[in-house]
Design a protein around this ligand. Structure first.
Ligand SMILES: [Cu+2]
Length: 135
């Protein structure tokens, strides 16, 4: 197994725990993973929850125990790149899904930039998802 020397201690610990519990099933290429939104829309306002699912497109199954991090949430889809909001990871998601909390200060389209590491895979999954905040 690879060791992520640059990863923070917490992430490394999470990955180590995940590797310890993972099956030895054949692993996919990093390009075979994609994120999808569980809900395409969210209510505008403070402390809203975004739930994403990480899918292995080869197996069609959700991928649990990935280390997922949101890098940015902004209104780039509505030409407001500078309008960014903080994204905070939240616990308690179903296996294979990942939750974040954010404040949507304005109705319209928001772009969520995500990264993820999957145990046993080299590289980082990067993805941008567009969700709509409704008034
Ligand atoms: Cu805006």
């Amino acid at each position: 197994m690879k060791t992520l020397t640059h990863a923070r201690a917490l992430r490394a610990a999470l990955i180590a725990a995940a590797i310890g519990g993972a099956s030895t099933a054949a692993l996919a290429d990093i390009k075979d993973y994609k994120f999808e939104l569980v809900d395409q829309t969210v209510q505008a306002g403070p402390d809203k929850t975004i739930t994403v699912r990480l899918m292995n497109t080869k197996t069609g199954k959700a991928v649990p125990d990935a280390v997922v991090f949101a890098t940015r949430l902004d209104m780039a889809p509505d030409a407001m790149q500078e309008m960014a909001t903080k994204v905070t990871p939240m616990p308690g998601a179903e296996p294979g899904t990942y939750k974040f909390k954010a404040t949507f200060g304005m109705a319209g389209r928001w772009q969520l930039s995500l990264g993820a590491k999957v145990q046993g895979e080299t590289g980082t999954i990067q993805s941008k998802l567009i969700l709509k905040a409704v008034p």
